[in-house]
Design a protein around this ligand. Structure first.
Ligand SMILES: O=C(O)CCC(=O)C(=O)O
Ligand SMILES: [Fe+2]
Length: 355
């Protein structure tokens, strides 16, 4: 039988504790080295900040709404203030996930994303999927959990230790849902669409996933990515970044920008589905995470997707003779299948649905 062990690399946390140099499978080809694509660190352009309370207020919403439109047209992302999530909830959830990643391997393996220790599944604790032998691997482990629909949660993958974890994630998920709906209404308004246009694309089968990313310290941040460049697939991602350790970078007009740490703010980015629905007015930003030689980093991405059977297409109200559809119609599940294949190769599936 063919040797398939390359599909299941060692957990990066275990690897990091053992090696002085990243193994060759993690080293990016020279043209992609993280430092060869210089970030404009000299003159950082500020990441847009949106005040969520103003975005929904009776007065001030128009001003904040135009800021939102500009942010999503030019960056595809923004930081959020006044989101009304308790800072203690954010801190406690990140601490609980850090505690989980520091548990003994056997304990974490109870939540494993491998069936029979062999076959990869989307949910659980472990590596990202490896689709081919020559795929360059990323320097992270992750815990990936379906949080919505609530009755489709697979609690076998949810850590029991620390014992606060499940309740904290549940509470945080409810908060994200509230924020997501507010932002999606403001986005629809900013496009000149009916306020409920984007929200109404979500059925009660629409999935949301929480992805906890754990980046151990890496001996060669100049050669290796924490997460290789990609855009997110869904409609909207709510990212809770490490308070103390930066690493996220976003590509804008061909230049990589550092997203500085910003304690207790959330980072919102649109995903490919929102780019398609807006007919390309909003940009699903390409982003990546770099590693750190001295410090570990934790982040939590909450991905809001659509029912697998849902057809995604540009909003008809945005189309006219001079502005025809720029993306073909595609079912969410077909998009995701293409997306994962491209993600593993480091390419973008959205390019293949462009007309
Ligand atoms: O760790 C980060 O800041 C970004 C993670 C990310 O891009 C993702 O999980 O899709
Ligand atoms: Fe991402």
């Amino acid at each position: 039988m063919a040797d398939e062990s390359w599909r299941i690399p060692m957990l990066v946390q275990e690897l990091a504790a053992k090696v002085q140099q990243p193994p060759s499978r993690y080293v990016q080809p020279e043209q992609y080295h993280p430092v060869s694509l210089v970030v404009d660190a000299e003159k950082p352009e500020p990441i847009p900040v949106i005040d969520l309370s103003r975005l929904v207020a009776a007065d001030g919403a128009d001003h904040e709404g135009s800021k939102l439109r500009l942010a999503l047209q030019s960056w595809g992302l923004f930081l959020v203030d006044n989101h009304e999530i308790e800072t203690s909830l954010m801190d406690d959830l990140i601490s609980a996930s850090r505690e989980f990643f520091h548990l003994p391997l056997e304990e974490k393996q109870r939540c494993s994303n491998l069936i029979d220790g062999k076959h990869f599944q989307v949910e659980g604790y472990g590596n990202d999927p490896v689709a081919s032998k020559d795929q360059t691997l990323d320097w992270l482990d992750r815990l990936h959990l379906r949080v919505e629909p609530e009755d489709e949660r697979n609690l076998v993958h949810w850590p029991e230790h620390p014992n606060s974890f499940r309740a904290l994630l549940h509470e945080y998920t409810l908060n994200c849902k509230r924020i997501k709906d507010r932002i999606l209404r403001a986005m629809a308004k900013a496009l000149g669409l009916n306020e409920d246009y984007i929200v109404s694309q979500f059925s009660n089968k629409a999935p949301s996933f929480a992805r906890f990313n754990y980046y151990p310290p890496c001996p060669r941040p100049d050669l290796v990515f924490g997460v290789k460049p990609h855009s997110d697939s869904g409609v909207l991602t709510i990212l809770l970044m490490d308070k103390d350790v930066g690493g996220l970078q976003v590509l804008r007009n061909g230049i990589w920008h550092n997203v500085p740490t910003s304690p207790h703010r959330l980072l919102i980015n649109v995903g490919d589905f929102a780019e398609i629905m807006s007919n390309g007015i909003f940009k699903s930003p390409v982003h990546r995470a770099v590693t750190n030689a001295g410090k570990e980093r934790v982040s939590l991405a909450m991905f809001h997707g659509l029912d697998p059977e849902k057809e995604i297409e540009p909003a008809t109200a945005l189309l006219h003779e001079k502005q025809p559809a720029r993306y073909r119609k595609i079912k969410a599940k077909e998009y995701l299948a293409g997306f994962y294949e491209h993600f593993c190769r480091g390419t973008r599936f959205i390019d293949s649905v462009k007309i």
